[in-house]
Design a protein around this ligand. Structure first.
Ligand code: LLP
Length: 421
């Protein structure tokens, strides 16, 4: 089988390490399943992003939905990054991690009154609005609070991001944003909305996008809107291009950030405003693994199954997007044959799998497996399905590790339930 290694996760003497910490040391203290992140990966990818766009007036906002652990958010804040949040819960997490409101963006196609109020109370940098009704509501609430809300309009450019349909967000059939004409109409109405200042135009066309073209095309469409507005005397401060940069899951080659920057910078420099980025996956995906223990192996008819103690409730991506995550043993043994196997969890659904017909070295009970590229959209999408406790999270910092979230207890699972009424 193929083994994927990186400076952040690599084998030393046939044992997998995260940075300088052997995985065995971590699981001795946490058990399995467990999410393990490498802090240096997070720092490195943020610095790579910053470096690639250093010639451009820009700010980076970590998309908290990709990994909302407050230690992870803080890692990015400490580097000068802002935070893009999609709900009150994510805003709460970002504030707990120490985010400054002037570095907070509130996104989301369906914001509640409470979310809008909270954003106004904190005087956040930007509300990204996605409908006329939402804009009217923000104006009304800001009025009652005697505040001016800084608002951007998310434009749906009708560009195909060529990614999984569930994470493609910039096509006219998607629920996101407003079409260009309607957006212009609402921007033009700005003078009548006394408690709103329109400061930004925004897009986010999808996630795990593996070619630069859709970004280029969407930026062209939004630039047209930007210049139409400028012609009407509306000078926006911010042009937000969202997130969406694809990352390798199989060790494959995807455009580099340098290529991305050199394709886009000339277009973005024509705009007379600051560029905002909201990367999530690029900053976190390949900085995390999910480690699980093999409970049993079996052959059913002619199919091999490896049954692990992690399940779809811990990592949902394979079940709902058929997403590929590379899986490899934590310990390597010479002379082991490779087999084809389905790697599955204990949840009672056939959709509970991490891989199907995957080539993997033959595994025995009680050995450990690492599911790679789990730093994004892993823990944040976990659930308690089948009464399972969500796993702990560990952050490795060179040769130290910290448990940044403990495994849930059974008491957590029922804390607010009553056994009678
Ligand atoms: N900004 C906005 C407004 C977004 O909706 C998203 C992601 C991002 C930024 C960050 O996108 P990224 O750089 O991570 O691609 N659960 C799915 C991904 C959903 C992405 C949702 N929006 C998955 O596991 O693939």
């Amino acid at each position: 089988m193929d083994l994927i290694q990186s400076p952040w996760f690599s084998y030393k003497k046939d044992h997998l390490y995260c940075g300088e910490v052997p995985i065995r040391d971590i699981i001795k203290s946490t058990g399995t399943p467990v999410y393990i992140y490498n802090k240096q990966f997070f720092q490195n990818s943020f610095n790579e992003f910053k470096e690639a766009f250093k010639g451009l007036d820009n700010s980076i906002f970590f998309s908290v939905k990709s990994n909302f652990n407050i230690s992870v958010i803080k890692t990015f804040l400490d580097l000068g990054c802002g935070a893009d949040v999609n709900s009150q819960g994510e805003m709460y997490r970002a504030l707990q991690a120490g985010a400054k409101p002037d570095k907070l963006i509130l996104s989301g196609v369906g914001k509640t009154k409470d979310e809008i109020k909270l954003g106004l109370e904190h005087d956040i940098l930007l509300f990204k609005a996605e409908s006329e009704e939402e804009i009217l509501l923000i104006n009304e609430i800001a009025g009652t609070m005697n505040k001016i809300a800084r608002v951007g309009i998310r434009v749906n450019p009708n560009v195909d991001a060529k990614t999984h349909p569930y994470i493609s967000t910039g096509l006219m059939e998607n629920k996101f944003g407003l079409n260009t004409d309607e957006a212009v109409e609402i921007f033009n109405m700005g003078g009548k909305l006394k408690n709103i200042e329109f400061t930004a135009i925004d897009m986010h066309i999808g996630s795990q996008i593996i070619s630069i073209d859709p970004f280029s095309e969407a930026i062209d469409r939004l630039s047209e809107v930007y210049f139409r507005l400028k012609g009407n005397g509306i000078n926006l401060k911010h042009f937000d291009i969202g997130g969406g940069i694809g990352v390798p899951y199989k060790g494959e080659k995807i455009f580099s950030l340098k290529e991305f920057a050199s394709a886009l910078i000339p277009k973005l420099k024509k705009l007379d405003c600051k560029i905002l980025f909201e990367p999530g996956r690029f900053l976190t995906a390949n900085g995390g693994v999910l480690v699980s223990q093999v409970l049993f192996t079996k052959m059913n008819y002619d199919k091999n199954f490896v049954i692990t103690d992690a399940a779809m409730n811990d990592l949902l991506r394979p079940s709902i997007y058929n997403a590929y995550h590379h899986i490899q043993p934590v310990d390597l043994y010479s002379g082991r044959d490779d087999i084809y196997a389905d790697i599955v969890g204990p949840v009672c659904e056939s959709g509970d799998f991490f891989a199907k017909d995957r080539v993997i070295s033959k595994m025995n009970r009680e050995e450990y497996l690492a599911v790679l590229s789990c730093g994004s959209y892993g823990m944040v999408m976990s659930s308690n399905y089948n009464g399972r406790r969500r796993p702990p999270e560990v952050l490795v910092d060179y040769n130290n590790f910290n448990i940044i979230r403990s495994r849930e207890t059974y008491e957590h699972l029922i804390w607010d339930e009553k056994s009678n009424n």
